[in-house]
Design a binder for this molecule. Sequence first.
Ligand SMILES: [Zn+2]
Ligand SMILES: [Zn+2]
Length: 139
Amino acid sequence: MERKVAEMAGKIKNCPVCGKLFAAMGRKMCPDCFAKEQDKEKIVIDYVRENRGAKIPEIVEATGVNETLIKRLIREGRFEQIGIKMTYPCEKCGAPIVMGKLCQTCQEKARSELQAARTKIVATMPGGGNKGKGMYSKR
Ligand SMILES: [Zn+2]
Ligand SMILES: [Zn+2]
């Protein structure tokens, strides 16, 4: 009995948009907000269809929809579906990208910086960190 209640509770979530409780069932937000979200998506796509080449700030200003939603639509390829190439700027250098937060160049740079940092850590470890462990030989 109690177990069943707990299971039920696991499926009831607070909507991240309006805070209302709703039955999750694989959904990210409550049905009301989901419907509103879909309306917004339609507004944005209609706007871009009529104003080809519009930049994200223009779309935000004209439609009142937030940037996050527009970026998500770009990542999901929703503009490509209607034959419009949309991009958003890389967070580091501003190059046009369609997925993630950074462009290819910045991604590679970040990766090699990370690798360099890692190599440094290993080099500064005393004795390579493997002495003493050899005592426990497996049988
Ligand atoms: Zn909601
Ligand atoms: Zn970049």
